[in-house]
Design a protein around this ligand. Structure first.
Ligand code: BTN
Length: 258
């Protein structure tokens, strides 16, 4: 990957002042977790061509064919310590969808809280991790996006897709990444200003599981319900047996028949 090419396309205030490119690492999120925060850490981007222990949510593995996709993490070390971090999954997903759409013209859907969906399959995922030391110290946004991968192993074949599989086109990963970093920068700026309602509206527009039956876990039990609404703080309202339940975190499964 050509890092200068990416940098030349950036219009950012915070993100991408420093970009680190690694041929191989266990996980770009791990790399940033272990990194000592320095004065110029805010907005640092770490890209890996290959992750040997790429991680997804719930300790799942993140599979990505080396050299074909985007696997990277962005570090944010905001000085404003009372940021609404719980809205990050929603607004990050929206920011990435906007960027991908802007460059490729392909409409990307969202699945609560932060999956990126194309043709009903997973195009990308986001792993957000925060660290605290008396106050918020690091926000690590790890992103895996399937770009030019043309086939997937049996294990994930039925649930994963890529931009390439959508239309047989290969996309320039550096240009795509620069669009994403520009979009994340705008989102970060809006988060600091507490002015992110547009992202919530955009997320809702992209979500195609409203009014559908979903399965979700709540207080350790599994429920079925109809996904109704997204609140301003990023929770999903699900109507289960006539009662509205507010889900703060977790994973949902969309019932194909519903
Ligand atoms: C998910 O959908 O479960 C989240 C997947 C996040 C994968 C990315 S790839 C770059 C970064 N490094 C990791 O180890 N994970 C994230």
């Amino acid at each position: 990957m050509n890092i200068d090419k990416i940098k030349n396309l950036l219009k950012t205030k915070y993100i991408g002042k420093a970009i680190l490119f690694l041929e191989q690492i266990d996980s770009t999120n791990n790399y940033l977790k272990n990194l000592e925060v320095a004065e110029n850490s805010d907005g640092l981007v770490v890209i890996a061509e290959n992750q040997t222990k790429g991680r997804g949510r719930y300790d799942r593995k993140w599979y990505s064919q080396p050299g074909k996709n985007l696997t990277f993490s962005v570090l944010m070390t905001p000085t404003k310590t009372n940021l609404e971090t719980k809205i990050l999954p929603i607004i990050t997903a929206s920011a990435i969808c906007k960027a991908v759409e802007n460059y490729t013209g392909i409409h990307i859907h969202t699945k609560w809280p932060n999956d990126l969906i194309l043709n009903g399959k997973k195009l990308g995922g986001i792993l957000i991790e925060t660290t605290f030391e008396t106050h918020l110290k690091k926000i690590i946004i790890g992103i895996g996006l399937n770009v030019n991968q043309s086939s997937f192993d049996n294990e994930v074949k039925l649930i994963a897709t890529s931009l390439y599989l959508n239309n047989g086109r290969e996309y320039d990963r550096e240009v795509l990444l620069s669009h994403i970093l520009n979009s994340l920068d705008e989102m970060y700026h809006k988060l600091i200003l507490n002015d992110y309602l547009d992202y919530i509206e955009d997320w809702k527009m992209r979500c195609n599981h409203f009014k559908k039956t979903i399965i979700f876990e709540y207080n350790g039990e599994s429920y079925k319900g109809i996904a109704r609404e997204l609140t301003k703080d990023g929770c999903l309202i699900v109507n289960s047996d006539g009662k509205d339940i507010k889900i703060f975190s977790g994973e949902i499964f969309i019932n194909k028949e519903g």
